[in-house]
Design a protein. Structure first.
Length: 278
């Protein structure tokens, strides 16, 4: 093989190795975003994806996005800090806009939920927060927002309380809105969590609330975690970044876009029986 061809093939191999690392680390990525980050054209990325698929890499494509098949594994709170931070702030703003003044709201743990708590303070909302996330409770300590901390067994990985005590506490409460972070969002499997204890607590939050808002950045979409947390019948709204729009473009039987007044996030209403809580 001529030297020029060898160098070209090395560049191709290097770019494809970078592509694999990017998608595996983030789970879901837009083709245009991948092209920008790799410094090549969208056509080149699509050609590389096709080549990788022929070689046996397990991709799935959906309206301009690519995702790695497989289950989501559990990661700690600190491991997720810094991922999609701008998107999570936009999600938080849109989610808080759905919460009426004076509401009692539930917040589970996770980095997106922490951004929702941050936005509640920034927007000077008059609400009461019920949370099983110790870090969220501490975050709100000096905000003037009343906080009810759900007891239970603390999971150091993500600062959340879970277990029978947490479940019994939530069963004894009535919430206006529950804002629930999920590890994965899928059309068929709905909203799931990587830990069974967190899935149970998330479901209990949903059952205690009149309105349920799921918050998840676009990297969580087209994926499944091990434990189903919420079915679509348990959810009223889904809030994500604008990047999620192409990922859910074919979910017309479940979601209908309602828009974000600020235009920085995507807000979808879940279509289901309005008598869910009856």
């Amino acid at each position: 093989m001529p030297d020029g061809e060898v160098r070209r093939q090395r560049r191709v191999d290097h770019r494809r190795a970078q592509l694999v690392r990017l998608v595996q680390s983030e789970g879901t990525a837009g083709v245009a975003d991948l092209a920008a980050r790799l410094g090549c054209s969208v056509v080149t990325v699509r050609r590389d994806l096709a080549a990788l698929a022929r070689e046996g890499s397990d991709w799935k494509r959906y309206h301009g996005a690519v995702a790695v098949r497989g289950l989501v594994v559990e990661r700690g709170f600190q491991d997720k800090m810094g991922i999609a931070e701008d998107e999570k702030r936009a999600i938080a703003e849109a989610a808080v806009a759905l919460i009426p003044e004076g509401a009692v709201i539930g917040l589970n743990g996770g980095t997106t939920s922490a951004r929702v708590a941050e936005q509640l303070v920034a927007a000077e909302r008059r609400v009461t927060v019920v949370t099983n996330a110790v870090n969220v409770a501490v975050q709100l300590t000096h905000s003037g927002i009343p906080v009810v901390v759900v007891g239970g067994t603390l999971r150091p990985l993500n600062y959340e309380t879970t277990g029978p005590t947490a479940v019994r506490t939530l069963q004894a409460l009535a919430l206006d809105v529950a804002v629930i972070g999920a590890d994965a969002v899928d059309l068929e499997f709905a909203c799931s969590a990587a830990a069974d204890a967190e899935a149970e607590v998330g479901w209990q939050f949903s059952q205690a609330a009149e309105t349920v808002v799921v918050v998840a950045d676009h990297l969580k979409f087209l994926r499944r975690a091990t434990y189903r947390m919420l079915g679509w019948q348990d959810v009223d709204f889904v809030v994500s970044g604008r990047e999620a729009a192409p990922l859910v473009a074919g979910w017309h039987t479940v979601l209908t876009a309602v828009g974000d007044p600020a235009g920085r996030a995507g807000v979808w209403r879940v279509m289901h029986d309005p008598e869910r809580h009856a």
